[in-house]
Design a protein around this ligand. Structure first.
Ligand code: SIN
Length: 289
């Protein structure tokens, strides 16, 4: 029998949630093709996968992430892990007066890189240092959000398009935190606004999902400003209904891999004096349709 068929992986749905835990996998070892296929399927089905006790190096995180697609290099090069630009440091730690990572990466609900022509397929976040209190990450299921919207509103928004911009909240975040460097002209040129469907079809499952967020969506194309703002506010409320959320309470060495085509996420925050550091890889996805 080939090792390919000797799968050790169990997909265990988490109670009262769409998310699941992947049990029986050590990501510091090569992942067999059959295990990878099961993880890939589970990622489509559960949208958020939790891998416990993963003591992996940056190289191993990058290697596993790459099996899902090409990796993005985040525009904030200031927060790349030294020698590994594929890893973005998400951290509130300030050393010698300098932030070591992006401390407010998830301050508003968002889907990673929705401001790019090809937003992210999924992101992998590996816990390095966790606060003793707080620091959770919330995920909201955007297929369920779409299905919760009344039919009249669904018909109204089904074929609308919206603009997404990396800069939408940038200055607001810069004013309230030390983590946002002034962007160079070259950085600004890399994040020009894009237009995305308000409702996207998941390329892996065919399911419809809402694809707007309070962090990056600036306006609905073709609507007057006030109408666009009111409609977006209404959609944001459906997108983040508490009953559609999974709250991840981090444990040491957790790795969480979510599907940016299916969920929005938010960092719930922790007291400023407690240290929090995670490493993120971001897999490139397709142009939404
Ligand atoms: C992110 O938005 O990628 C970071 C989420 C978190 O810090 O919990």
């Amino acid at each position: 029998m080939s090792t390919d068929t000797l799968t050790r992986v169990e997909i265990r749905p988490l109670p009262d949630s769409f998310a699941a835990e992947v049990v029986g996998l050590d990501l510091s070892q090569p992942v067999a093709d059959e295990d990878f296929r099961r993880i890939h399927r589970a990622h489509l089905d559960h949208h958020v996968l939790v891998f416990r006790e993963q003591r992996v190096t940056p190289e191993q995180q990058i290697e596993f992430s790459r099996r899902f697609g090409a990796l993005e290099i985040h525009v904030l090069h200031q927060f790349h892990l030294n020698g590994h630009p594929e890893i973005l440091i998400v951290s509130n730690i300030v050393e010698n007066g300098q932030p070591v990572g992006l401390g407010d990466a998830g301050y508003f609900w968002h889907s990673d890189l929705s401001y790019k022509e090809k937003p992210s397929l999924g992101s992998m976040l590996l816990a390095q240092e966790l606060p003793s209190e707080g620091g959770d990450t919330l995920f909201a299921d955007q297929h369920a959000a779409w299905e919760t919207i009344p039919p009249e509103l669904q018909a109204r928004v089904r074929h609308l398009k919206a603009e997404h911009s990396y800069l939408a909240k940038y200055e607001e975040l810069r004013e309230r935190s030390p983590w946002r460097p002034k962007l160079s002209d070259e950085q600004v040129a890399r994040v020009l606004p894009v237009v995305q469907p308000v409702v996207r079809t998941h390329p892996g499952t065919g399911r419809l999902g809402l694809f707007v967020s309070e962090h990056f969506t600036t306006r609905i194309v073709g609507l007057p400003e006030a109408e666009s703002r009111a409609l977006l506010e209404e959609l944001f409320q459906y997108a983040t209904l508490p009953q559609l959320q999974y709250r991840h309470r981090w444990q040491p060495h957790d790795m969480v891999f979510w599907d940016n085509r299916s969920v929005l996420h938010l960092a719930a925050g922790c007291p400023d004096h407690l240290r929090r550091r995670l490493h993120r890889t971001t897999v490139q996805g397709d142009k939404p349709f």
